[in-house]
Design a protein around this ligand. Structure first.
Ligand code: GDP
Length: 291
């Protein structure tokens, strides 16, 4: 069963035809990750540590400033983190509610992580990929122009809440800034903000506004680079280095290590799950050298 659910991602990553398994079955994340562990080491690195794989394309000794090891958990830690994202009777993962204003948001004691990004950056695809071990979770998508966009809350067991913020930029609702700003500024249990940037086009004006907002509120945030499967290796390397330089020289609150991901191939998804499990206090990894 595990093999079935995992194969779509592993398959796409290495050019096999996608083969979707039946979505409605419980299965063990450990089993699924066991399949990842059986991959040849190059392929495993590409799937689990995409930044490290990119780094391998530099001439040895040229030492570009990519921070690879600030968060570098063991494969065992990553396997443990998978269990937090695996739905079961004891670990219910589900859509909770939506809110248009912070005072409509559920009063939750659990730690929260939120995802923000421009419309079309790949946010719903990323959230679906993160929840691929809980196939019954219904990821809410509202894209119709004129529809009020909402903040969507997802419960991940007893461990944390994942919050999907409305996309900004093109066709953002007028009250969007108020809604997002208030949430980011006032949400007490918000542990980390994941700011998504499209790796194909790099940091755009709307992204800069979001970055300024995170900086102004002194939020701890993380830059996630989406759609890494779409570019040539050379283009991706160039973008990653530019964004890394920006993070190193122009930001204070941004976590120095970038998280490149592809919702299409699942590259970087396991590492991101592990990071989320760790920063919400659920997993004490051995790989954290900075917080
Ligand atoms: P959102 O508006 O930020 O929620 O963006 P979506 O998740 O709806 O993605 C916008 C478009 O980008 C869709 O056509 C997706 O299929 C595509 N997309 C999203 N993530 C990826 C990815 O990792 N790789 C590729 N190739 N396309 C992606």
């Amino acid at each position: 069963m595990a093999a079935h659910r995992l194969r779509p991602c592993v398959g796409r990553l290495f050019g096999m035809g996608p083969e979707l398994g039946s979505g409605r079955r419980a299965y063990s994340a450990f089993q699924a990750f066991t399949e990842v562990l059986r991959l040849p080491s190059k392929q495993l690195t590409k799937l689990v540590f995409p930044l490290q794989e990119l780094h391998g394309h530099f001439v040895p000794g040229s030492r570009p400033d990519l921070h690879l090891n600030i968060f570098h958990p063991s494969l065992e830690d990553i396997a443990r983190a998978e269990s937090f994202f695996t739905a079961s009777a004891r670990n219910r993962i589900e859509y909770l509610t939506s809110a248009v204003r912070l005072d409509h948001a559920p009063d939750l004691r659990r730690p929260e992580v939120c995802f923000i990004g421009r419309s079309n950056v790949g946010k719903s695809s990323l959230i679906k990929a993160l929840f691929s071990l809980a196939p019954e979770v219904e990821v809410r998508v509202s894209k119709k122009p004129g529809h009020t966009k909402k903040i969507n809350f997802y419960k991940v067991g007893k461990h944390f809440t994942l919050v999907d913020m409305p996309g900004y930029g093109y066709r953002a609702p007028e009250d969007f800034v108020d809604m997002v700003e208030t949430y980011l500024k006032e949400r007490k249990n918000l542990m980390r903000t994941f700011l998504l940037v499209d790796s194909v086009v790099g940091i755009q004006k709307a992204d800069s506004i979001a970055i300024e907002m995170c900086e102004e509120f002194a939020l701890p945030y993380v830059m996630v680079l989406t759609k890494i499967d779409k570019s040539s290796k050379g283009h991706l390397l160039k973008q990653v280095l530019q964004i890394q330089k920006f993070v190193d020289t122009k930001t204070q609150g941004c976590f120095p290590q970038l998280f490149p991901v592809s919702a299409m191939t699942c590259s970087g998804i396991h590492l991101l799950r592990c990071f989320i499990a760790d920063i919400t206090g659920n997993l004490k990894t051995t790989g954290f050298q900075f917080s």
